[in-house]
Design a protein around this ligand. Structure first.
Ligand code: TMP
Length: 396
């Protein structure tokens, strides 16, 4: 049985930055209802009615994973770790974005899958064979025909974006070598509940995983979790190491440890999610109270990071130009466009120094350390950051 626990109202596609705010452009903007459900038979948290991926992953997809130093470093680290541990002859990445993980491999030892044509073009041009297709059983068969079975499959922040997980895991089991390993990482529902980071829910995050849900979903495909890690990336992620049930791998102690912690957190109870939903409603109230107070005091407030996450917050809380002057972001192809839904102008971060901004809401709170280290001048001039995780507050 599937039950709704949170309604985040009408939301736009988070990746669809607008090039202008003419009424003809706004008329075409796509909205859908973002309601979150828990499936009480396998404990998977998902969007009730996901958006069609063909509308989301287009040839103008804006996100570039290699924009952040933190992410460059973390992909390099995991690539080195996996190569050392599993010594794969052939690796595959699903959702390779602009090649931030691929570049740590020799071009002949890795294949990539990336449905956004503009991104696949970048990595193909750089010599990494990239299929510009959605991951499914047809593609899995095509790849093994050309390259043979795969020793290591890696995927970051992609598997949770795919509505049909049955098809995903079936395709994995088709092309994974007998002793191959599938490693994937995505936002963790345990961290969302702990941080009140309801902004992890947006159109691309069709599911937010727990170990409980993934072990239930792998079971029919004769796949097992052999190890799990909880990570700080993206404000709290979970990394699964998956192998065939009859492979040589034993199950590490981490799996039992995380199972116990999830039972302890009551991730298998509807009431846990319902209580979380009340905390989300309170977070909205607190954020609106703070922003209105700052506005009344004539403070200049902007948001830092034109993130997908902040689109959920702005559209759920109804935060527009009357409360937030504009958004800053270092990504060149987001600058001088407008945020989806609330249409806030995106500028380069230098503008918040020039215009003596008083407060910056951390839309990219998961990169707060990197941002604060970068924006010393803003802080020196008396600028302050605001966050909503785990509670709405001005960071002292
Ligand atoms: P993400 O959380 O979806 O990866 O998005 C992070 C956004 O924040 C991305 O658009 C880049 C932006 N950003 C900055 O503008 N400055 C920074 O220092 C960092 C780390 C990110």
């Amino acid at each position: 049985m599937k039950k709704v626990f949170l309604n985040l109202l009408q939301q736009p596609i988070t990746n669809s930055y607008l090039i202008n705010t003419k009424s003809s452009t706004l008329k075409k903007e796509f909205f859908y209802n973002l309601s979150m459900i828990i499936n009480l038979s396998n404990f998977l948290v998902s969007i009730k009615k996901p958006v069609n991926p063909k509308i989301q992953y287009t040839d103008i997809y804006a996100h570039r994973a290699s924009q952040s130093k933190t992410m460059n470093l973390s992909f390099k680290k995991i690539a080195e770790k996996l190569k050392k541990k599993f010594r794969p002859k052939l690796t595959m990445e699903i959702g390779s974005n602009d090649g931030v993980f691929l570049k740590n491999f020799h071009k002949k030892e890795i294949v990539a899958v990336e449905p956004c044509k503009n991104l696949a073009q970048i990595t193909n041009r750089n010599g990494y064979l990239t299929y510009d297709k959605f991951w499914d059983t047809n593609l899995a068969r095509k790849i093994i025909k050309k390259r043979g079975k795969i020793d290591l499959i890696y995927s970051a922040n992609t598997i949770s974006h795919i509505p049909n997980l049955k098809e995903v895991f079936k395709a994995i089991s088709i092309c994974l070598n007998h002793n191959g390993v599938f490693v994937f990482e995505d936002p963790y529902i345990g961290s969302v509940l702990k941080n009140n980071s309801y902004d992890q829910f947006y159109d691309e995050h069709v599911h937010v995983f727990s170990q409980l849900a993934i072990s239930n979903l792998l079971n029919p495909h004769k796949l097992k979790i052999i190890k799990t890690e909880i990570l700080s990336t993206h404000g709290g992620s979970i990394r699964f190491y998956v192998a065939k049930k009859d492979s040589k791998y034993k199950i590490s102690k981490s799996v039992k440890k995380i199972y116990d912690s999830e039972i302890n957190l009551k991730l298998n109870k509807f009431s846990t999610y319902k209580k979380f939903s009340l905390r989300v409603q309170n977070s909205k109230k607190q954020l609106m109270k703070l922003l209105k107070k700052l506005k009344k005091a004539n403070k200049k407030v902007i948001s830092y990071g034109a993130t997908y996450k902040s689109a959920t917050i702005f559209n759920y809380c109804n935060i527009d130009k009357s409360l937030i002057n504009y958004v800053v972001d270092t990504t060149k192809n987001k600058q001088w466009k407008y945020t989806p839904g609330k249409h806030l102008l995106i500028k380069p971060p230098i503008d918040m120094i020039k215009e003596k901004i008083d407060y910056a809401f951390l839309g990219a709170w998961n990169f707060s350390k990197e941002i604060m280290a970068k924006e010393k001048k803003f802080i020196k001039n008396g600028g302050k950051f605001i966050t909503h995780v785990p509670k709405v507050r001005i960071i002292k």
